[in-house]
Ligand binder design. Structure first.
Ligand code: BG6
Length: 491
């Protein structure tokens, strides 16, 4: 594993994301030798922490990876803390001095990765100062990694983008969508473009409908404040689900390279129909969870969660139908759904193939309705694929027997494979933006969801509810039933 050289500057170093994801991911890279001697991390945030205290926090955050004492100490010794008020110019001078000092000390060759893991209100100020205070270098790379949410609408995202683009060029910007770091999301391209038996059928002649389910079995936990302003549409659909849809729907790229893949994803997103408000109401449903006893636990209603407005109309569930108006997909509904406090935590994609042109087994009462072939991609918690086929039941006579070819990656392989964040940080270090979102994808995704948001905001009907521990409101099932379809995944 080739050692990468860089100075990381993490804005939001005391935060939840940094501790839950970034430090453990950096440690995994450290263990594998992707970062070794020539790296340093400056953690910044408003709080006053000492280097020692920061190192303690970093050490605690990697506990579950069971480092030896020596390993943990060696790793943590690369971390430095700088208390920082992002609006105060003098603080950037301190940051620059520390950065230059560490650059010399660790031989970092001017390579800098700036990681914004905090509320986006200050992104503009931060990037301006990085440039004006010359914290960006001339001799190495300067890359900006940005966490979601990237804006809250097309307009705010465009404004944010403009601020960032005033300093960083598109190829220096790495917008994180952690779903793109997941093994089975990356696998979509392998399945599609590595198998002629699928790719030749991957169109409206052979596919009946496509379903994407990203279900969660937890509530909003400590994030009520953020979530109540966001809701499931902005939290999951605008980013993760539309990225998955783009990968499922895009044309084959000429080569498997960053530029070509992004171009195809952008084209796919551009073909997603932007509804008017009435169409949005007809094709998208929302829901909010209400108290229920599930698996021997009393789950409280969303509106009773901490930091949530007791009168909140924020959706914790969304199901919808997307139309993709191009040659390949015209007429194939893409059904998507996501929600909190559902009956299970699971993400999967179902590709439902069309029925055979005629059912020759319908006579003689053999089989009135042949089950359709379904390719399922299991994203989490298990990873793998299955393909359902119809065969003959063994024995005398002739009965149709549906069978499932099922492959799951062994759990020890899943457990030992790199986590999404680990892969994405390494990609950013290596300058590969394939699994990050281009502005043209982000902006089009906002255009798609903005009108849905607007339609709901203008709709005074009570928001549908669902008991916690179920798969969403009745409306989510009706949505497919009116097309004579149903959700394949019924946990
Ligand atoms: C995040 C959302 O982007 O994705 C969270 O903000 C959600 O609300 C999370 O829980 C789901 O990610 P994963 O990897 O657990 O499926």
């Amino acid at each position: 594993n080739e050692e990468q050289t860089a100075l990381f500057t993490i804005f939001g170093a005391t935060g939840d994301l940094a501790q839950r994801k970034l430090y453990p991911s950096l440690f995994r890279l450290f263990r594998k030798g992707f970062i070794k001697e020539h790296f340093a991390v400056i953690g910044t945030a408003r709080r006053e922490w000492s280097d020692d205290y920061y190192r303690e926090i970093v050490t605690t955050s990697i506990n579950s990876l069971k480092p030896t004492e020596e390993e943990a100490k060696a790793f943590a010794s690369h971390f430095y803390y700088q208390s920082h008020d992002v609006t105060d110019t003098t603080h950037y001078t301190n940051l620059k001095n520390l950065a230059d000092k560490l650059d010399a000390e660790y031989n970092l060759e001017g390579n800098r990765l700036f990681y914004l893991a905090m509320a986006p209100n200050f992104f503009g100020t931060i990037v301006n100062h990085l440039s004006s205070e010359k914290i960006m270098t001339e001799n190495g790379f300067n890359r900006l990694v940005i966490e979601k949410p990237f804006g809250t609408s097309y307009e705010t995202a465009a404004e944010l983008n403009e601020q960032i683009r005033a300093v960083f060029s598109e190829d220096q910007i790495f917008r994180i969508d952690h779903y793109l770091g997941k093994e089975m999301i990356q696998n979509i391209s392998a399945v599609r473009f590595g198998n002629n038996i699928f790719e030749s059928l991957w169109n409206n002649r052979y596919i009946d409908n496509i379903q994407v389910t990203l279900a969660e079995d937890l509530g909003v936990e400590e994030r009520g404040g953020y979530y109540d302003k966001s809701g499931a549409l902005k939290d999951m659909i605008q980013n993760h689900i539309l990225q998955v849809v783009a990968l499922l729907a895009m044309e084959a790229p000429n080569n498997f390279t960053e530029k070509e893949i992004r171009e195809e994803k952008i084209k796919a997103l551009n073909a997603v129909k932007i509804y008017n408000e009435q169409e949005a109401l007809d094709n998208f449903v929302r829901g909010q969870y209400v108290a229920n006893r599930f698996k021997n636990e009393d789950i409280i209603s969303y509106v009773d969660e901490p930091n949530v407005n007791p009168e909140s109309r924020t959706e914790t569930f969304v199901a919808g139908k997307l139309e993709i108006n191009n040659f390949r997909w015209k007429g194939v509904p893409f059904y998507i759904r996501t929600g909190k406090q559902l009956s299970t935590k699971a993400a999967r994609i179902n590709i439902v193939f069309k029925a055979t042109p005629t059912n020759i087994f319908s006579q003689e009462d053999i089989c009135e309705k042949l089950p359709q072939n379904i390719l399922t991609i299991y994203i989490q918690p298990t990873e793998g694929f299955s393909l359902s086929l119809n065969g003959k039941e063994p024995g005398p006579g002739f009965e149709i027997d549906p069978v499932k070819l099922d492959f799951r990656t062994p759990t020890d392989v899943v457990a030992n494979s790199p986590e999404a964040y680990e892969k994405l940080i390494l990609d950013a270090l290596q300058g590969d933006a394939t699994n990050f979102t281009h502005w043209d994808e982000v902006s089009q995704s906002w255009r798609i969801v903005d009108v849905i948001r607007q339609a709901w905001d203008n709709d005074s009907q009570p928001i549908p509810t669902y008991p916690a521990g179920t798969m969403g409101p009745a409306e989510a099932f009706d949505l497919l039933a009116k097309d004579q379809h149903e959700w394949v995944y019924k946990p």
